[in-house]
Design a protein around this ligand. Sequence first.
Ligand code: SF4
Ligand code: SF4
Length: 354
Amino acid sequence: MNKEWSEKIKRIQVLLDKETTYKDAIELLIEFRKEMFEQISQIVNGYPAKAFYQMPFANTEGYHSKTLAYSIWHIFRIEDIVAHSLIAGDEQILMTGDYQKKIGSPIITTGNELQGQEIAEFSKKLNIKYLYEYAREVMLSTNSILLNLEYSQMKTRYSVEDKDKLASIGCVSPNENAIWLIDYWCNKDIRGLIKMPFSRHWSMHIEAMKRIKNKLCKNVRKGVDPVAYCGLSCNHCFLGEWCGSCRTEYNVCSFATIYEDRRCPNMVCCMDKKIDGCYECSDLENCTKGFYMPDNDGAASAKAQAMFIRKYGKKAFLKTHDKLHERYDFSKTQEILGQDVYEGFKLLEKEYSN
Ligand code: SF4
Ligand code: SF4
């Protein structure tokens, strides 16, 4: 698991155990949930609909063997059931918000009973926009339940009647891969539930989602030109794991995601001009479109790279990038090429000729 997240969970668990630090634990937990949810938001906002039902790790063991859509459904169905049917004793958000219909889900269960291809088939049916809305509403609703809990409630335990009630509402499948959940939840006190379904369970599935989308991006980039329209190298980009390149539908370059149609202006302009990239454009030096807008601190270095490609070609460019990365430790090219187009270009030339 992500080391930083693991440390945060440990810290929250320690603080939860004492009355004097319990409120701090809840505050930290809510902050941490916000941070984890941001990862889900980025995935939902960044990838095409088909990414949500692909299973790049099908037939392997582990949470990453599922789909992105299934992971979101599963995390928040479990939280909704535990937060509302067990802790608060009221109606789940799935029902109050009429989300089953909006999402188009054929089930109201946690999905544990689904196996292999059933997971992909189920995922294909889900409306991701509403699934995301549902997840967000569940998160916020649980946050307010957490904020209203008193330390004295931490040791609240659940009875056989609670187990029967959970079984009777049909939110957990009687399938052997799912039914154990009822005992698992009801054998914990509220503190135990906070430690698992509301925090650790999230982190494990979100980590798995990151693996899934990284693999999808890697797969989609196979055989695709690694030079971006603006002149950056996707092979060396600090967003390389997240982004499937501006030459595919999995483009999460920040200059694409700020536009509703997720199309970067440099890409659109190159396509309109029917050119391979900005490095083929006679307006390059004076251009202020998209990635080259003066406010962007990466504009000068991207332009320097496009100018280099124009003069020496892509092969020389990628080789020069390899050399730069061997010599320096950096993530964004402007850290090395600076803010002056011509100085950046000279630096690339120097590296190339070394
Ligand atoms: S952000 Fe741009 S350079 Fe980076 S991988 Fe995506 S398209 Fe390529
Ligand atoms: S005008 Fe600018 S964005 Fe368009 S192709 Fe030329 S350099 Fe690229």
